[in-house]
Design a protein around this ligand. Structure first.
Ligand code: FAD
Ligand code: UDP
Length: 365
């Protein structure tokens, strides 16, 4: 059989493109995935206690783009979950991102937006050119809040100090002058009513798509015949790491189940202190599942393991650009997604990238 397209990786990037090519252009697609399951890092499943868990940590879909929400909503309904995160400090639990609520709990006195602005005005550190993830924070909130919320957490997550990371890392977290305690302020957010994996199953349910799990790209590259290639794995591996390995940060997950209904007040609690884990997720908050038991998951930043995050440093960006230049010189090969584009992309951004690549294929052939 000759396939119109070989797609490597059955995460968001790979499955969106498989769906579009199969359903819109009636193309025959071979979708290979080296893991034992689809859905990439968004994969969820029922554990041995009957609790729905997300195997690669907490995933909440959120976007401000209606066209992305509408597209993804073709394959699922949503459970209405709104993501809230607390930070566990030594003697207090406060909400994140930092808002008026956080400040009031932290300092035990009322804060208006104006008082919070004055407070920050006295503490923020003037930084002429924001060069790294630490500058972003100290120039907004000063040293005290930086040390309390960001310094340790970032070291644990990345194995690097915030000074070594690009500004985009800590820019992900806003500072709020209101009482909005949602983690994301996007108008569209939630978890698929029957899980991410079911969403993906529906997305790639087409006679035009042949899915092969436990199949690495290397094992089909030479033997299968195909026209176009969509590659969503780590870009350095595609080029046999000829310029050296691009670092990807991994995460280790430790699951624990308790014989009680609730473990913590919200879905995710961050630990910016001395603990060796970064955060604890209690999945029942995210999935709205009712069950007499509950499963939680501790997260630890890890140097080894499946690639989860590109590591945004200046040196890595330059190394990526060498690979990206080689990628651009190829004809009929598309690199899409977090690992292939070496960018700290959320799920909605990956969907957007995949839809853009599809439009390019549709219009240019
Ligand atoms: P992946 O999901 O990584 O899919 C790539 C797939 O390719 C993988 O399944 C991999 O096994 C496969 N593959 C790689 N190489 C090969 C090969 N050689 N042969 C065959 N298959 C291969 N985003 C949000 O929007 N909201 C969140 O709440 C959120 N939380 C997150 C929490 C954690 C802990 C992590 C790690 C990420 C989170 N993300 C979140 C980001 C989200 O996981 C990614 O944006 C998204 O999964 C990227 O999709 P992708 O298709 O690019 O990559
Ligand atoms: N961050 C932090 N403390 C926190 C939460 C986030 O220092 O309590 C920093 C950290 O560097 C992290 C970045 O902000 O990597 C982005 O946080 P986000 O919650 O978006 O991380 P993700 O969900 O992608 O792991």
């Amino acid at each position: 059989m000759v396939y119109d397209c070989l797609i490597v990786g059955a995460g968001w990037a790979g499955c969106v493109l498989a769906e579009r090519l199969a359903n819109e252009l009636n193309q025959k697609v071979l979708l290979v995935e080296c893991r034992t399951h689809i859905a990439g890092n968004a994969y969820d499943a029922v554990d041995q206690h009957g609790i729905i868990v997300q195997r690669y940590g907490p995933h909440v879909f959120h976007t401000s783009a209606k066209h992305i929400w509408d597209y993804v909503s073709r394959f699922t309904t949503w459970n209405g979950y709104v993501h809230r995160v607390l930070a566990q400090l030594t003697d207090k639990t406060v909400s994140l991102p930092i808002s008026l609520d956080t400040m009031e709990r932290l300092y035990g006195r009322p804060f208006t937006a104006e008082q919070f602005r004055d407070f920050l005005e006295q503490r923020r550190v003037p930084v002429e050119t924001i060069a790294n993830a630490r500058d972003v924070v100290i120039s907004q909130v000063g040293w005290e809040l930086y040390e309390l919320f960001y310094e340790n957490y970032t070291r644990k997550q990345w194995g690097l100090s915030p000074e070594e990371l690009a500004p985009e890392v800590t820019r992900r977290l806003p500072v709020r002058f209101d009482r909005d305690t949602r983690y994301f302020d996007d108008p569209y957010q939630g978890v698929p009513e029957d899980g991410f994996t079911s969403l993906f199953e529906r997305m790639i349910d087409s006679p035009n798509i042949t899915l092969r799990l436990r199949t690495d790209y290397q094992s089909v590259a030479g033997s299968e015949r195909f026209g176009r290639l969509v590659y969503t794995g780590p870009i350095d591996e595609y080029f046999d790491c000829v310029y050296g390995r691009l670092p990807y940060r991994s995460v280790t997950f430790r699951f624990e189940t308790f014989e009680r209904e609730r473990f913590q007040a919200v879905g995710v609690v961050n630990y910016p202190g001395e603990q060796d884990y970064t955060r604890i997720t209690e999945f029942k908050h995210l999935t709205l599942q009712r069950h007499p038991k509950t499963t939680i998951c501790y997260e630890y930043g890890a140097a080894e393991g499946p690639p989860c995050y590109p590591v945004p440093t200046e040196a890595n960006r330059r190394l990526y650009e060498r690979y990206s230049a080689r990628a651009e010189a190829l004809d009929g090969v598309h690199f899409v997604g977090r690992l292939a584009q070496y960018e700290y992309l959320n799920m909605d951004q990956v969907v957007d990238r995949a839809l853009l690549v599809f439009e390019e294929i549709r219009t240019r052939g």
